[in-house]
Design a protein around this ligand. Sequence first.
Ligand code: ATP
Length: 244
Amino acid sequence: MEQLLHLDDITKRFGQVTVAENLTLSVGAGEVLGIVGPNGAGKSSLFAMISGDLRPDSGAVWLLGRDVTGVAPHTRTRAGIGRTYQVPRPFEHLTVFENVLVCGYQGAGLKGRQAWRHTMGVLDRTGLADLADTPAGRLGLLQRKRLEMARALGTGPRLLLLDEVAGGLTEPEVAELVTVVRQLHAEGLGIVWIEHVVHALVKTVDRMVCLAGGDVVADGDPMAVLADPKVRELYLGSGPEGVS
Ligand SMILES: Nc1ncnc2c1ncn2[C@@H]1O[C@H](COP(=O)(O)OP(=O)(O)OP(=O)(O)O)[C@@H](O)[C@H]1O
């Protein structure tokens, strides 16, 4: 399998807090990796180091065989990394269509008719086509989460980073989201998905990693990771979300 992302011996500290310590992790092209870990384990910080919002103290970030450790976030976006944030912050006064179009222009480098077509395609894939003309500020939570994904997809990524996109949604909404992510997987996109809603991950990912104390505690088949005694210990014996 072609390697999409490789984190090589990453260390990052905020004073006394260690968010990554000699952490090494790879994601193959077309692979869907789920990341779990207790609050404060460093999951979002890891995304920030992949997307370029945060620079590791040491170690390297490789994307498609290129060392992007010192590369600015917008350049990484152009190189193929698209990410969502836990709290969606769309352009509230722009429509759903315009929000994604901006990403097509700025992230994917598209222009004119091509950008327009690309945007319509992304809205179709994320179930937002009917809301294309709605101002983002009028969307409910599920739609905002979908728009967050659509904006990341708008940049034309090879690797999509999803940060807790299922948080705060109802069960039927989570199921709809899982369908969207599975479809993206079927299209061959590489995905890393941080999620506390573990049953959504289990239905979707090929592989799961549990992070704690800045390092990988378990890595492999999702059910095997959830059953791992080290992982269960982190969740006071019950496993994440009480999965047994
Ligand atoms: N810019 C920063 N400056 C100082 N400390 C930070 C900074 N960013 C994160 N931290 C600290 O690093 C630790 C890891 O935070 P991070 O958000 O990466 O964890 P997480 O695993 O994503 O948590 P959660 O599951 O709650 O979202 C936390 O203790 C947090 O307070």
